[in-house]
Design a protein around this ligand. Structure first.
Ligand code: FES
Length: 108
């Protein structure tokens, strides 16, 4: 099996709903993980791009948070409908999806 060229770290952190910061799990991170995995399988990219659940990325109010390695690209508020664009534009095309970049990273 080839070594993946990229890894998608998807925050799947959960905390009680009464917590003010919220969490990515409550926003549907499990479905997002499944959606990324299914899309990569469908496109024949499962061997090249790994999808791994992650702990909190300290961006909770803007979740679901996704980090791509190698590199330092972090995305905020990622939804199911963003999956194909992240795969095609960023992972295959090398261009991050600017509108989803986490603010601190986008302003670097
Ligand atoms: S719970 Fe996902 S960034 Fe904190």
């Amino acid at each position: 099996m080839p070594t993946p060229t990229h890894t998608l770290w998807i925050c799947d952190s959960a905390r009680p709903q009464i917590h003010g910061r919220g969490c990515c799990n409550d926003r549907g991170s499990e479905r997002l993980l499944e959606h990324f995995a299914a899309a990569l399988e469908r496109k024949g990219l499962s061997d090249r791009i790994a999808v791994i659940p992650s702990s909190c990325m300290a961006n909770c109010p803007m979740g679901i948070s996704v980090k791509v390695t190698p590199g330092r690209v972090c995305y905020s508020q990622v939804q199911l409908e963003d999956v194909d664009e992240i795969i095609e534009r960023h992972l295959l095309g090398g261009e991050p999806v600017t509108r989803l970049l986490t603010q601190e990273i986008a302003s670097d």
